[in-house]
Design a protein around this ligand. Structure first.
Ligand SMILES: N[C@@H](CCC(=O)N[C@@H](CS)C(=O)NCC(=O)O)C(=O)O
Length: 302
């Protein structure tokens, strides 16, 4: 311990001397840097507080849905945003959209502000809003059906998601992102770092350790399960949509509209055609303004 204390002390002494030398040599520069950084921090803090004031004035029980900017072909490139927005529409909950702060209290998108409270995670948000607005679309399901719906949701939110992440960010290297949404000019500069971080996360999750062919087969099995279970039904659990349809549509919307040239789109177009019809059905019922929710918006009839 004592040896470490002594050896640790020497670099600290050198660093201290270095700082003293820098301070004496460049006092005006150091002061300018400190002032500029403080000004930027104060400015962004004030802006953040003003945004919150605006969101808190949205109206009682009006949800402010924070999301990434709209896509060219689908209202969002996040399956979880589409999932939550479909739920708000299905439950007839009044909401406003915000693009200024897409990432929320849990460092993820989407999140909401409701009556001044900030809530993250699409699923937790739906589970909070349901009782609050007296909406339970699964109330008529048997306990066994509810168990199946829970399994389907987890398959989509936590497994099919990763198959798509591997395709979108590793196999396709973000190309579909550029095609499907308007990205800030600095995105191209940050792309390598961004893709590297996502690749690391697929490895940490585990799916990134499989070959592309293995991952594709895993995704195919998920789509097959959805297609078989949906069968001839209008919605996953029957004639009327339930909460699980939000998660399933959110994820499938990414394949149908946001993954051109992906093997999963090919599967849906050739093997699992009932899933494509299902997406069209949901789009027509819950997104009559689909075109207007695109960026740039298109006329309603187009
Ligand atoms: N379990 C979360 C997942 C949300 C999520 O993973 N969002 C992604 C976009 S699709 C995100 O925010 N990624 C940014 C990051 O992980 O840093 C939910 O249901 O809302």
């Amino acid at each position: 311990m004592a040896v470490f204390a002594v050896t640790g002390w020497i670099p600290m002494k050198i660093a201290g001397k270095g700082f003293k030398w820098f301070w004496n040599k460049s006092k005006p520069l150091a002061i300018t840097v400190v002032v500029v950084i403080s000004a930027v921090k104060i400015h962004s803090y004030v802006k953040k507080q003003n945004r919150r004031k605006k969101w808190n004035n949205a109206g009682k029980d009006v949800v402010v849905l924070h999301m990434f900017p709209r896509g060219h072909f689908c209202p969002n490139l996040s399956p979880f945003v589409v999932k939550l927005e479909m739920y708000l529409r299905m439950a007839d909950i009044p909401y406003q959209v915000d693009y200024e702060e897409p990432v929320g209290p849990k460092g993820k998108c989407p999140w909401i502000t409701l009556n001044g409270e900030e809530i993250g995670d699409s699923q937790l948000i739906m589970e909070k809003l349901g009782p609050m607005y007296n909406k339970d679309f699964s109330s008529a399901l048997t306990p066994e059906q509810k168990a199946i719906a829970q399994g389907m949701r987890i398959m989509v939110d936590e497994h099919l998601l990763w198959c798509l992440v591997v395709w979108r960010y590793v196999v396709d290297a973000g190309r579909s992102l550029v095609v499907c949404m308007e990205l800030p000019f600095y995105f191209a500069i940050m792309l390598r770092v961004f893709l590297g971080k996502i690749k690391q996360s697929t490895s940490a999750q585990g799916i990134g350790r499989h070959s592309y062919a293995e991952v594709e087969e895993m995704g195919r099995k998920d789509l097959n399960a959805l297609s078989v279970y949906l069968g001839e039904k209008r919605y996953l659990m029957g004639d009327e949509p339930t909460e699980v349809d939000c998660a399933v549509f959110g994820m499938l919307s990414q394949i149908v509209w946001n993954s051109p040239n992906s093997p999963y789109l090919k599967m849906i177009e050739t093997e699992f055609t009932n899933l494509q019809a299902y997406c069209q059905r949901i789009k027509e019922r819950f997104w009559p303004d689909w075109n207007e929710c695109l960026k740039p918006p298109l006329p309603r009839s187009q």
